[in-house]
Design a protein around this ligand. Structure first.
Ligand code: ADP
Length: 499
């Protein structure tokens, strides 16, 4: 447990410097064994704001050993007591929402009002939610034979390796560490190269409450730090959010050790708007669903919007007007709705897809909003949101995950056609249908191939609702009580002969 109570640091640049070159292992901030580091860049300006310690296999080993040692006593605490401590972390984090929001904005370019502050608040909320489930780690009693008591018991797995991406790093980390900890595991997190600071700060704050070694966090690159974490023989479970390709690599490495994995991968989520839908609500749903405020950097982004032909043109016009009214600008400015793309690499990738769309015969690109005028943002990775029309479902724009502010609106004739096209994708993370007809809505909920199907709304991940995809979108669920039980415990069957 860290001794001095941390005070919020509201200057994100000062905080970034303070967190420079640090891993958090066994309750202490330490540099990497090699002493190496890599730059952390503000994507709104390209200024270097910090260096992150470059964890490699020796750091992974020290962290896993510390976690293994600490987990033994942690597992012996009553589940409810572990939950109480995790809730305490959530309450403490609530006092740090503003500093964390500013820090995450600085390192990711996400707008503070529309994105970062919300994410920091949800992070704390997920800890409070899971903290309340400490007494729900129940097993079953099994009717077997007279004179025999047969029960199943849920036990922690041991050390969990958690690998997270950069788009919503705090939320995605919370969905992993909160259930893992409450279930009695210790965790070693590997943060994303692009966003190592806010998650480190959050773990530092939590370490004021948790015993040392229970929650460790490493920064470093995928092959150099993530891969040794998955491969470490002391890690008994891996939970991963990221790309399909890396997810498959992680799955293969885990197979070598025969350990369970949870994978939350990509998406190409369809949104079906029937001719009878409430048009204004559907348009609002497209703005939220496409995560324009997050520059479309979301696995559930509504990046394929199927609109019935009679209302297609009106829908496109209304959506364009809505996105036009959103302000791109300095992510730390309260007036800003839309910030920047995370990195040069993603910026080039997104631009590449936009070029591809523009070169597609018959396609129209509607550029929305306006680039920021502020000269100091001239080097920022800003991309104007683009709505494409006239693109077919077999175009790469509709097949591949762009992870940028680019959506395609496709016309359809009838419901059957819409369902067929919506399901014609390698992904199956989320889907929505917009209609006033109950029969159509119910039918669609049964036929859409996705882990999360919503009717007339496009909500983001909610605590206590299982979240996770089918097909190439992943394996397993997150965010609920069941996901904690299924993914962070193992079952033991116990038979007592009392005869
Ligand atoms: P993205 O394209 O969003 O960066 P990745 O799947 O490459 O998605 O990254 C998600 C997370 O997986 C990051 O923390 C990254 O460092 C990590 N990662 C990348 N490659 C590997 C690997 N070979 N083994 C384990 N983790 C990896």
């Amino acid at each position: 447990m860290l001794q001095n109570r941390l005070e919020p640091v509201l200057d994100p640049r000062a905080l970034a410097r303070e967190l420079s070159n640090k891993l958090l292992i066994d309750g202490a901030l330490v540099p990497a064994v090699t002493g190496r580091s890599f730059p952390v860049v503000n994507p709104a300006t390209q200024e270097q704001i910090a260096v992150a310690a470059e964890g490699t296999a020796p750091d992974v080993d020290v962290a896993v050993q510390a976690a293994r040692k600490a987990q033994k006593a942690w597992a012996k605490l009553a589940g409810r007591e572990r939950g109480r401590l995790v809730q305490e972390c959530g309450r403490l984090l609530n006092e740090h929402v503003e500093e964390i929001a500013r820090l995450i904005t600085l390192e990711t370019g996400k707008a503070i009002r529309t994105e970062s502050r919300v994410e920091a608040g949800v992070f704390a909320d997920v800890l409070v939610f899971y903290g309340g489930l400490g007494s729900e780690l129940k097993g079953e009693s099994v009717p077997f034979k007279p004179g025999m008591l047969t029960i199943t018991q849920r036990e922690p797995i041991g050390v969990v390796g958690a690998i997270i991406p950069w788009n919503v790093p705090l939320l995605l980390m919370a969905l992993k560490i909160a259930p893992a900890l409450v279930a009695g595991n210790a965790v070693v997190v590997k943060s994303a190269e692009e966003a190592p600071l806010a998650v480190l700060r959050a773990c530092q704050i939590m370490n004021q409450v948790l015993p040392p070694g229970i929650l460790n966090i490493l920064s470093g690159d995928g092959p150099g730090c993530g891969a040794p974490l998955v491969a470490h023989k002391g890690v008994g479970k891996v939970t991963f959010t990221g790309s399909v390709e890396t997810g498959k690599l992680v799955y293969k490495m885990a197979a070598d050790k025969l350990i369970p994995v949870t994978l939350e991968l990509g998406g190409k989520s369809p949104m079906i708007v029937m001719g009878d839908a409430d048009l204004d609500k559907a348009v609002e749903g497209a703005v939220i669903g496409m995560r324009f405020t997050r520059q479309g950097q979301s696995c559930t982004a509504a990046s394929r919007i199927f609109v019935q032909d009679g209302i297609h043109d009106a829908f496109v016009a209304k959506l364009k007007a809505k996105v036009d009214a959103m302000k791109m600008g300095d992510p730390l400015d309260e007036a800003t709705d839309i910030g920047t793309i995370i990195s040069k690499q993603q910026f080039d990738k997104v631009k590449g897809y936009i070029k591809l769309g523009e070169e597609t015969p018959g396609a129209t690109a509607l550029r929305c909003s306006a680039m920021p005028a502020d000269a100091k943002l001239g080097r920022g990775y800003f991309v104007q949101p683009v709505i494409f029309t006239g693109v077919a479902n077999d175009n790469r724009l509709c097949r591949e995950e762009i992870f940028g502010p680019v959506t395609c609106i496709l016309k359809f004739r009838d419901y059957e056609d819409a369902i067929r096209q919506a399901n014609d994708s390698e992904y199956g993370l989320a889907a929505t249908i917009w209609t006033r007809d109950l029969k159509t809505a119910l039918d669609a909920t049964q036929r859409l191939e996705a882990g999360l199907v919503q009717v007339n709304q496009n909500l983001v991940v909610q605590a206590n609702m299982s979240y996770g995809g089918v097909k190439s979108s992943g394996l397993g669920k997150e965010a609920s009580l069941e996901s904690m039980l299924e993914h962070f415990t193992q079952k033991k069957t116990i038979i007592l002969n009392l005869a």
